[in-house]
Write a protein of this length. Structure first.
Length: 113
């Protein structure tokens, strides 16, 4: 079963071409039949520009979420995954604390634009 705020590991294409991408963690934000909408999760933060860092929410309880290292959720653009074409594996779930803080972060980020 897949629920909002679940964290998965899966192959995420860089674009609409399925042959270029990488295996990475993602946060499930919505599901419509066989399509899931996700935010990418990254451990790469320090090397990013100030502009990009503004769209990264730092996961406070990253170990509890099933992640192996300190990580950030990229809220800049949701990605859509077709479950008929790609396989993903659940590794954890965002803590209630992180769910609440992420919602406030998203509201502040998109309200400020």
């Amino acid at each position: 079963m897949m629920n909002k705020n679940d964290i998965f590991i899966g192959y995420l294409p860089f674009s609409n071409q399925l042959n270029t991408g990488k295996i990475r963690p993602v946060l499930l934000i919505a599901k419509e039949n066989e399509l899931v909408h996700v935010f990418k999760i990254t451990s790469q933060y320090e090397s990013k520009s100030k502009h990009i860092k503004k769209q990264y929410y730092q996961i406070q309880n990253w170990e509890e979420a099933g992640l192996k290292k300190k990580s950030w959720i990229d809220i800049g653009a949701a990605k859509t995954i077709d479950l008929n074409q790609l396989k993903i594996k659940k590794i954890g779930q965002l803590s209630i604390n992180d769910q609440e803080h992420l919602a406030l972060f998203i509201k502040a980020f998109y309200g400020a634009k």
